[in-house]
Design a protein around this ligand. Structure first.
Ligand code: ADP
Ligand code: TRP
Length: 331
């Protein structure tokens, strides 16, 4: 029996190269060996985004991004969280098994609390119940589909561990194993992609290279990568350079060795190194960009894919809810 891998993708912000190399590509690779269920977590995004136009278009863009990167909806169950209402029934069930103290410890909530304290605001300022119980909705997403593995970034580990705690509490109370215990699956640190300023690429740092930027814009963005002020003739250190670090993500072994040689030998300016990076990146990204643009021309197709995904997901979800209702005595 194949293991079940599930992950949620929040429709916030435009996808960048860090998302592609750190999340999309590994998840697609995992789908070759697991039964994969990947969904767009639109109700999670509602906590932060109250703009209906933006939420709608971001949902479409994120779906197009995954399809453009190679997600095959015949192989991966691909759906929108909001199209599987069983999720929200399970959320209600799980709330009764979630100690408030567990939620008090959740990182996102704690960070908000701390920032309110530091700025002298009321501790509850800006904290809605969606943010407070965010990990329970995430647990519902995961536990609804008997998930074994949850590929996520390190920042989401705690949430998956909370899903395990909640499931264990349920199983313990009813002396059964009705809820399967999931395991978080991380990417090695070496997969952290650097941004334009040398820090981790992240939309919150404003240092991203967009995954589907048109060719000209991509080149312009690559040229903005921060380097030092060494002259052309000087030998350069590839290992401390963001340009080289990004190059390694896109070039072949031979190309990497060749550029490394040119760094060490000196005589190559930063503009030239960046041009090499642009060419390698564009080679990988051009076909994805083209597919993305085609998909965005055809939103009806994207909606249809998501609807078909939901139609396949709902019977699985309904069966799970039926079992759980029987266990709790609401049947
Ligand atoms: P951001 O930091 O831009 O807000 P998210 O937190 O939405 O990105 O990340 C979505 C997914 O992409 C996560 O699985 C995360 O681990 C991965 N990811 C984001 N940035 C990077 C990066 N710089 N390198 C590797 N993976 C990344
Ligand atoms: N919370 C995740 C994030 O911020 C998104 C998410 C929602 C998720 N539900 C999930 C991830 C279930 C894994 C499993 O990125």
């Amino acid at each position: 029996m194949k293991k079940i891998a599930l992950t949620g993708i929040k429709p916030t912000g435009i996808p960048h190269i860090g998302n592609y190399l750190g999340a999309i590509q590994p998840a697609l690779k995992l789908s070759e060996t697991c039964e994969a269920r990947y969904f767009i977590a639109d109700y999670h995004a509602l906590n932060a985004t109250k703009d209906p136009v933006a939420l709608r278009s971001m949902t479409l863009e994120i779906a197009a991004a995954w399809l453009a990167c190679g997600l095959d909806p015949d192989k991966v169950l691909f759906y929108r969280q909001s199209d599987v209402p069983e999720t929200f029934e399970l959320l209600t069930i799980l709330l009764a098994f979630t100690p408030k103290g567990l939620m008090n410890r959740a990182h996102a909530y704690k960070a908000m609390l701390q920032s309110n304290n530091e700025t002298g605001k009321d501790p509850d300022d800006g904290v809605n119940m969606g943010l407070f119980s965010y990990p329970v909705l995430m647990a519902a997403d995961i536990l609804l589909f008997d998930t074994d593995l949850v590929p996520v970034g390190n920042d989401q580990f705690q949430h998956v561990e909370m899903a395990v705690d909640i499931a264990q509490s349920f199983n313990h109370i009813y002396s059964n194993q009705a809820l399967r215990l999931p395991e978080p699956l991380s990417q090695p640190d070496s997969k952290t992609v650097v941004g334009l300023d040398g820090r981790k690429m992240s939309k919150s740092y404003g240092n991203i290279i967009p995954l589907f930027a048109p060719q000209k814009k991509l080149r312009k963005t690559v040229m903005k990568i921060v380097t030092n002020s060494q002259e052309i003739e000087e030998p350069k250190d590839p290992d401390s350079c963001s340009v080289f670090s990004l190059y390694k993500c896109f070039a072949t072994q031979d190309e990497i060795a060749a550029l490394q040689g040119r760094y060490i030998a000196g005589g190559m300016g930063w503009g030239e190194a960046k041009q090499e990076l642009f060419l390698a990146m564009n080679r990988t990204l051009a076909p994805l960009r083209q597919r993305y643009e085609e998909l965005m021309q055809n939103p009806d197709y994207i909606h249809q894919v998501l609807r078909e995904g939901a139609a396949k997901a709902r019977p699985l979800a309904a069966e799970k809810i039926r079992q759980l209702r029987q266990i709790i005595g609401i049947d």
